[in-house]
Design a protein around this ligand. Structure first.
Ligand SMILES: CC(C)(COP(=O)(O)OP(=O)(O)OC[C@H]1O[C@@H](n2cnc3c(N)ncnc32)[C@H](O)[C@@H]1OP(=O)(O)O)[C@@H](O)C(=O)NCCC(=O)NCCS
Length: 191
C-alpha cells in the first residue's frame, strides 16, 4: 500500500449535505462497518439486487471486499445519514498492483456506486462519486471507468456530470439473477 493512500485517512470523517439540507457523513469503509454494510446491501431494492456484479448481500463477498481494502486494491467511502449507511462508492484497481506493477490496465480505477432508493435524487450519488474522483489520484490511477447496464440511467447522469464520456456498449454482457441478458455500457474519464 502506498503512503499516499495512508494519507487519505486524515480526510475522514467528512461532513456532507444533501440537496434538501439533510446532513450526512462520509467515512472510509473498514471492518468496523461490516454488519452495517450487510444491513445496507440487504435493504437494496430488487432492481438493484438483480444487477449486482457480485452478491454483496453475502458475508463472504463483503469479507473479500474488506480484504481488498486491506491490501489497498480497493478504496470505499460509505455515506451515513440518519444513523445508518445510505450509500457507498468504491474505487477498484488492479489486484496486487502494488507487488506486480506491470499490468497494462494498472492506470485504470473502476468506480462502483450504490445509493439506497430512499436517498436517490438527493444529490447523494453525485457527492459520493465526486469524492471518489477527488481521491483517485492518491490511489495511483490516471483514468476512471464506470460500468452500468443501459437502463441504469441515474448512473449515466451522475458520471456525465463528473466529466465521464461514453466509451462502448457490450451486447448481452450482463446476465441478471433470473438469467436475462442486458447490454453493458462503459464510460470513462481521464484524470
Ligand atoms: C446511480 C446512483 C448512485 C445515483 O444516486 P443519486 O443519489 O440518485 O444521484 P444524484 O441525486 O446525485 O443524481 C441523480 C440524477 O439522475 C437523475 N435520474 C435518475 N434516473 C433517471 C432517469 N431514468 N432518466 C434521467 N435522469 C435520471 C436524477 O433525477 C438526478 O438528477 P437531478 O440531480 O437533476 O435530480 C443511484 O441511482 C443508484 O444507486 N443506482 C443503482 C446502482 C447503479 O446504477 N450503480 C451504477 C453502477 S456503477
Amino acid at each position: 500500500m502506498t503512503s499516499s493512500l495512508h494519507n487519505l485517512s486524515g480526510r475522514y470523517p467528512k461532513e456532507a449535505e444533501l440537496r434538501d439540507g439533510t446532513p450526512a457523513v462520509f467515512v472510509a469503509f473498514t471492518a468496523d462497518d461490516r454488519e452495517d454494510m450487510l444491513e445496507f446491501t440487504r435493504s437494496l431494492d430488487e432492481e438493484v439486487l438483480l444487477f449486482l456484479r457480485e452478491d454483496i448481500t453475502s458475508p463472504a463477498t463483503v469479507d473479500a471486499w474488506l480484504a481488498e481494502i486491506t491490501t489497498g486494491d480497493t478504496f470505499t467511502i460509505i455515506a451515513r445519514a440518519e444513523d445508518k449507511i445510505v450509500g457507498y462508492c468504491s474505487l477498484h484497481t488492479e489486484p496486487a498492483r502494488w507487488t506486480r506493477p506491470a499490468r497494462w490496465t494498472r492506470h485504470i480505477g473502476e468506480i462502483r456506486i450504490n445509493v439506497h432508493a430512499d436517498f436517490r435524487g438527493t444529490g447523494m450519488g453525485g457527492l459520493l462519486a465526486a469524492e471518489i474522483r477527488q481521491v483517485a489520484p492518491a490511489l495511483g490511477v490516471t483514468k476512471l471507468s464506470a460500468q452500468m447496464t443501459v437502463d441504469q440511467e441515474g448512473a449515466r447522469v451522475v458520471f456525465e456530470r463528473l466529466g465521464f464520456r461514453y466509451q462502448a456498449t457490450l451486447e448481452g454482457w450482463v446476465i441478471d439473477r433470473e438469467g436475462n441478458e442486458r447490454d453493458l455500457v462503459i464510460m470513462s474519464c481521464d484524470l
